[in-house]
Design a protein. Structure first.
Lengths: 405, 338
């Protein structure tokens, strides 16, 4: 007779939820989740009751009513008869414009400063240190206001350009006027046939892209290096200029001229845009410089020495050996800097740049009294924009990260 | 989870707006001081003097409310507010009363749930230009660059005025009067527009006031008045009758100099009712019987406050104009104290 010992059948007891390690963590998580839900519920109820105490409702209808105010810098058609929603859109485009310009300039500045800070030339390296530390350690708002004040106080008024013996004159062959209301430059007039020139230009951009891919592939396979820079530059300028000449100059330039109170014609870069753009670029550029320096220093010295031992020129060592490896370290923190720059552009209010914070989150909120709705929308806009930027940059990051074969 | 984030954001913003419907009078008494929203600096209306004491026409109203409620015109905490923050500060309970040259409009009164308790200055929007610009009428301003404070009624009037006259302009938005002054003096804008009283006050602080002219056109009605929150009528009554008491005192000939002897009782029953020697008007408001006497003795009547802060004898030099008593052809007309 063999005794078969059956495993004891366990019945689930409630105390196991606490004392049994198999269930404990689940119990804790469920309780924490319920508490969080409760907290949110309490906050939600609080706001609903506070709003009803104030006699306010929650309504986005104001976006479709007449705005009634004017915006100086608008990339799309807008007048004071447009809606608040349209004003918000004008602001959004202005935010995107200054962020885009800022990101590009900051990257160029940052890469230069970061590389030069590692230079063996004592003066150059120290100068870059002064730049980086100076801009990194003073609040951005001060830089924005300082640059704006300098541009307003130190440049002439438009009416100084008037008269027989004007106090101020235009620069660059009478084409650019630097005034305390901004810089007036010649602007393009799109004549008949200008679309063809633009198409040619876009096609040559595609050509540059294709050529660079081909050159990179050729180099990987055979080691032969093509003169990428010169060919790219040539492709960039020559076809478009040829098209312009062949078609009889469809795109002509309009020069700014003094009319009435102001210069008119051409392109008006307002002081607010320039101050914000410069300050954002210089400030973020200082951070990017440090990121670039860190990236370069993360590549071991042996790599450089090995490249030199193979007889590769220093500039080529940088481009082909060091930077590709440094990029893996540089890109992730660079994304954060782009996000910072975009969000910091909301300091535009300080110089009266009409970004989304000033139009939707400022004037519209003030004129309609919809603080909660307006600020929420602005918040959502920044959230979406930031997520989009990091999404795009992550794609790029994946394309350059170390490929394990 | 998305939804709870949404609600959370709402709630955080809502927390700031908490406890607004509580009785303002009790709160002010418990605190021992009145919290009053004023502008960030407009000469003659609200501006700290060399000793850091707030002085001005709007400031005097705040002091009058403190004198009526607490019996002490110095028990005021002044909160400087920009045009962008003023209404939020009031409706969130950060200030008890807002005296910040704010224009009384329908949508602010009704849609923003504010309560304008009257008009303490009848104003209109004007334009200021440098004299050497050679402009004599606002209709010659086509194409001009205009400095304008954002979030104000003047911003909307400006747009309307230029569209109605088929003119174009370039707005330069600024946040405070000081910023506007700096931009205007640097020549970054040709014109500065705001309430005519504000223009006069700003011009008075210039190094060379004669180098600037106020154009004759007044393009809007700007009845400026103190504001309280909607929904606390008792507090609104106190704020309203404080202003009325100042206006009525001038009409009745009560001044800070003679209010002491008048308080002993006079032949005029309305003065007696106002100063608390007859009837119980103060008690009806929930205040002491000598509330109005405190206002007049510590702050002065409307005319005294006007003359000492913005009147003809001051650098700002505003004439009474519409702000004279109705008996002198102005619009000031206090309801009877009965």
């Amino acid at each position: 007779m063999t005794a078969i010992t059956e495993p004891p059948t366990e019945s689930f007891r409630l105390s196991q939820l606490i004392y049994d390690t198999r269930y404990r963590s689940t119990t804790i998580q469920v309780i924490a989740f319920l508490l969080i839900l409760l907290a949110f519920f309490w906050l939600g109820r609080n706001i609903v009751s506070n709003l009803s105490d104030l006699g306010k409702d929650f309504d986005f209808g104001f976006l479709w009513s007449r705005a009634g105010y004017d915006i100086n810098q608008r990339l799309i058609e807008y007048s004071n008869n447009s809606t608040h929603g349209r004003a918000a859109l004008v602001g959004i485009l202005n935010t995107l414009l200054v962020s885009f310009l800022g990101c590009i300039t900051a990257t160029v500045l940052g890469v230069f400063a970061g590389v030069l800070r590692l230079s063996n030339n004592w003066i150059v390296a120290r100068l870059m240190t002064v730049y980086v530390e100076g801009f990194r350690n003073v609040p951005l708002l001060l830089w924005i206001i300082l640059i704006f004040a300098l541009m307003t106080e130190s440049t002439p008024q438009p009416r100084d350009f008037r008269g027989e013996n004007p106090e101020a004159s235009m620069i660059l062959f009478d084409s650019v006027a630097v005034t305390n209301r901004g810089i007036f430059t010649p602007g393009p007039i799109w004549g008949e046939g200008s679309t063809i020139v633009i198409i040619v230009f876009l096609a040559s951009l595609l050509g540059i892209f294709a050529f660079r891919r081909y050159a990179a592939k050729l180099q990987e396979q055979t080691g032969q290096i093509l003169p990428v820079l010169w060919v790219s530059l040539g492709l960039f300028f020559i076809p478009a200029i040829l098209a312009q000449l062949v078609l009889g100059s469809p795109i002509s330039l309009e020069y700014p001229s003094l009319q009435g109170f102001n210069f008119s014609g051409g392109v008006h870069l307002r002081n607010s845009l320039i101050a914000l753009w410069f300050a954002l670029s210089l400030y973020t550029g200082a951070f990017i410089a440090e990121i670039v320096r860190a990236g370069i220093m993360s590549v071991s010295r042996g790599q450089t020495e090995a490249a030199f031992a193979l007889g590769i020129k220093p500039s080529r060592t940088m481009n082909l050996v060091i930077l590709p490896q440094a990029m893996r370290v540089i890109i992730p923190p660079l994304i954060s800097q782009y996000l910072n720059l975009t969000k910091n552009s909301s300091l535009a209010l300080a110089v009266g740049y009409m970004d989304v914070r000033t139009t939707l989150g400022g004037i519209t909120v003030n004129q309609t009294g919809r603080e909660l709705e307006g600020i929420l929308l602005v918040g959502v806009f920044y959230l979406v924009t930031s997520l989009a930027i990091s999404g795009v940059m992550n794609v790029y990051n994946n394309s350059i990260k170390l490929k394990e074969r | 989870m998305k939804k709870s984030i949404f609600l959370g954001t709402l709630a955080l913003a809502g927390l700031a707006a908490g406890f607004v419907s509580a009785q303002t009078l009790d709160e002010v008494r418990a605190r021992g001081s009145l919290s009053c929203g004023v502008s960030t600096g407009l000469a003659g209306f609200s501006m700290p003097d060399a000793n850091g004491e707030w002085q001005g026409f709007d400031v005097a109203y705040c002091r009058a409310v403190a004198a009526a409620v607490l019996g002490d015109s110095t028990a005021v905490d002044f909160v400087p507010l920009t045009t962008q923050t003023r209404f939020t500060a009031l409706s969130s309970g950060e200030v008890d009363v807002l005296a910040r040259n704010t224009t009384w409009t329908f949508s602010r009164d009704v849609d923003l749930r504010l309560e304008f308790i009257g008009v303490n200055y009848y104003d209109g929007q004007g334009f200021m230009v440098p004299r050497d610009l050679g402009v004599s009428s606002a209709l010659e301003l086509d194409g001009a660059t205009v400095c304008i404070q954002t979030g104000t009624t003047t911003e909307l009037n400006l747009a309307d005025f230029f569209s109605a006259n088929n003119m174009s302009y370039e707005p330069v938005p600024v946040e405070t009067n000081a910023e506007a002054q700096q931009q205007y003096l640097a020549g970054a804008c040709d014109v500065y527009t705001t309430d005519a009283s504000g223009l006069a006050a700003t011009r008075a602080t210039f190094e060379d006031p004669d180098g600037h002219v106020l154009l004759a056109e007044i393009v809007s009605k700007e009845p400026l008045g103190p504001v309280v929150r909607h929904g606390d009528s008792e507090w609104g009554d106190i704020a309203r009758w404080t202003l009325n008491a100042m206006v009525a005192a001038e009409e009745l000939g009560l001044t800070s100099a003679n209010v002491g002897e008048m308080s002993a009782g006079t032949e005029n029953p309305e003065i007696n009712r106002m100063l608390g020697t007859e009837g119980d008007l103060g008690g009806m408001l929930g205040l002491e019987a000598d509330w109005a006497a405190n206002i007049i003795s510590q702050v002065g009547n409307y005319g005294e406050v006007f003359d000492s802060n913005i009147g003809a004898a001051t650098p700002i030099g505003l004439a009474r104009g519409l702000n004279a008593q109705w008996t002198d052809g102005g619009l000031l007309y206090a309801p009877p104290f009965r």
